[in-house]
Design a binder for this molecule. Sequence first.
Ligand code: PLP
Length: 392
Amino acid sequence: MSHSSSDKEKRKAHGKFATRLIHFGAEIDEATGASSVPLYQASTFHQADLEASQEYDYTRSGNPTRQALEDYIALLEGGTRGFAFASGMAAISSALMLLSQGDHVICTEDVYGGTYRLLTTIMNRMGVESTFVDMTNIAEVRAALRSNTRAVFIETPSNPTLRITDIGEIAAFAKEHDLLTMLDNTFMTPYHQRPIELGIDIVLHSATKFLGGHSDVLAGLAVVANDSLGRRMKQIQNGMGNVLGIQDSWLLIRGMKTLQARMEMSEKGARRLAQWLTEQPDIDVVYYPGLPNHPGREIHEKQSLGYGAVVSFDVGSGEKAKKLLSKVKIPLVAVSLGAVESILSYPAMMSHAAMPKEVRLLRGITDGLVRYSVGLEDIEDIIEDLEQALRG
Ligand SMILES: *Cc1c(COP(=O)(O)O)cnc(C)c1O
């Protein structure tokens, strides 16, 4: 049975974000009308006519299930081409492979720990140098520019203190100096922030977090803003072979369909939680871009459609933080974020444990700092649980 091309044309993604999340173009199988993307669990493809060119020949180079996911994320981010990788770090390291020996990259100082480790222990051995700067200060970014600088790597909001970089300002600086811009959009997702529309060249995701949304898939995604970058990324993805598996590609598509519904509810909860935390006398600091006193709030509102679902706060000491972690009953106490269940992390002993203590404290990552990723539980239950854990 074959569907006419006008049928496919009719189903071309259109409408607002929520509609595109569901009607992204591949949501109905063309051959059978099945209501989800088929799992093409195959490593290779029969070539009946060696003279004819065919779309798929080997799954590392291309697979229809993974392709549906790659087209889906490209549509959501407003880029020209998407790429699915085995993890967020596989996506980030592949993007950095666009650089060559002797190149220099300017990177945000409070970048994800894995990205920091990649740049300082692996990319440096390949002859790619990096300078870490306070990306919220354009003067510092300008001062880091060298004759061999080729790229700028941004993460906003940063983790765990949620500092805000002006995306448009950095993109303009990069264009002026012919630099490639990469942005880790994991915390915001394309529902809240679409960096390509602000001039960024490559958007990166740990899809393990909000995009997957269920703490059951490890995956990474990249989206590029133009065809020439698309061709170069394709060569890297195929050459390195760090592609996402077929079943995980399917699971990720499944999770992404509910992105807006999840983000809306979690963000609503995060806003309520952040406000409640500011009213508690025993909480020292609350970090959330939606709070009136957040230093980056105005910039964030200019470039994003929401504040996200992550709230960090300082309970005053390592002892109090550990007590809180041992007493909470609702959240998963774990590394990670962005899931249907709330996740409470302790940066000092988890994500930032490898950072020298002086550097960690300088970045505001004190022994009392915890990070709450608000899930889909009732927010009043979450607050009640925190209250008993803090006071009980
Ligand atoms: C988790 C995370 C990563 C790494 O992604 P993995 O899927 O764990 O490889 C990168 N950036 C940010 C902001 C993250 O939270």
